[in-house]
Design a protein. Structure first.
Length: 361
């Protein structure tokens, strides 16, 4: 394993990579992929119905990580909280367990020595690889998905592929910090500092409030008692028992809280290393393996947070393991708006007296 590119290698391969993409089968569906409106199947399988209703006949079935072109969006009668269906080849898919994606390739960037860059995945999915002297390069499961957020700390050579010879980014992952993994640099966009810039930091601490209604599945942010932001969310599944090694209940707690930590990129659930050690090669999002969860704003010491979601579009009904699921751009707004502020160069969590959070039924 060559540990690092020289600058000459980086400039050479970085320039050649994008030029040769049209002939590369390693990249998912580049020549046939129409990203004007494409969704990824984000659950084990999904039926295509003849009509936009769950009572309609099943015409065919799509499976996890299949990419499906959408022709039309249709507002139906059911379900009331999320009545959106997509017309696809053969019929209709309900959007609840779909993930809207794009394919946007990036120009690789250098990573300054001693720095970490915050990046976003901009292809539907990519397979991460890790290297060990005993086994060489190994592909990891599950994939990393569009919209997930990751720290990058180095540019290196990756596995030798017949269809990709460009630079790879090394991902810094707090759960797998001793066993780093790598992804093609063309799949990751380096985020501008604007994604960290505070929103109305001049508003005093006591004049900001986040309110969550678990009955209506609504979240409202207030300044000086006036609503400045509101959306529908997905809270924890009630009565779901315990999840994860830390034993957090899947029921979202109600009561009064304060923002404690803010983490732009968080690996939730099991780590890649533990999956490999346990031989669980079928682990997936349903098994709670979620690298790169975006814009986590934690409000309890055991790990409940507002965060972005790349594995469903079913907001308005409980879906989570106890956290407050949000659309990723909305989670970024909460991340930037809630106090304390977060530095663009910060790596570690922030602790302190943060914005008030009120959760109730």
């Amino acid at each position: 394993m060559n540990s690092k590119f020289s600058r000459r290698d980086f400039l050479k391969l970085g320039g050649l990579t994008l030029g040769g993409l049209a002939f590369s089968p390693f990249l998912p569906g580049l020549t046939s992929f129409d990203d004007s409106f494409v969704v990824r199947i984000a659950t084990t399988e999904m039926p295509v119905r003849k009509q936009p209703t769950d009572d309609s006949r099943v015409e065919l079935t799509w499976y996890r990580d299949d990419l499906v072109h959408v022709y039309e969006e249709k507002i139906a009668d059911e379900p009331k909280y999320n009545p959106v269906w997509y017309r696809v080849w053969g019929g209709y898919l309900h959007r609840g367990r779909l993930h809207r994606v794009k394919t946007i390739y990036q120009t690789p960037q250098e990573v300054p020595t001693g720095k970490r860059l915050l990046t976003e995945l901009t292809v539907p999915f990519t397979t991460p690889y890790r290297f060990s002297k005993a086994r060489g390069w190994e592909a990891l499961t599950p994939p990393m998905y569009y919209g997930s957020i990751h720290w990058v700390d180095r540019v290196e050579e990756g596995p030798k592929m017949a269809d990709y010879s460009g630079p790879w980014y090394r991902i810094f992952d707090e759960l797998d910090s001793n066993v780093p993994y790598f992804v093609p640099a063309i799949h990751m966009r380096v985020l501008p500092s604007s994604y960290m810039e505070p929103i109305t930091p001049e508003v005093p601490f006591d004049d900001k409030l986040i309110e969550v209604n678990l009955t209506t599945q609504k979240m409202v942010a207030y300044e000086y008692g006036k609503a400045v932001f509101q959306t529908n969310i997905s809270s924890g599944i009630p009565g779901g028992g315990q999840s994860g090694a830390n034993g957090i209940s899947t029921t979202t707690p109600n009561g009064l809280f304060n923002v404690m930590d803010k983490v732009p990129a968080k690996h939730m659930g099991n780590s890649y290393f533990s999956i490999a050690q346990n031989g669980n090669l079928l682990a997936d999002a349903d098994g709670y393996v979620l690298p790169g969860v975006p814009w986590s704003t934690f409000f309890t010491p055991v790990g409940h947070a507002f965060h972005g979601t790349y594995w469903h579009e079913n907001f308005g009904t409980p879906m989570s393991h106890g956290c407050i699921n949000m659309r990723s751009d909305e989670a970024n707004w909460v991340f930037r708006w809630a106090q304390p502020t977060h530095s663009a160069d910060a790596i570690s969590n922030h602790r302190g007296r943060g914005t008030n959070v009120e959760i109730h039924y």
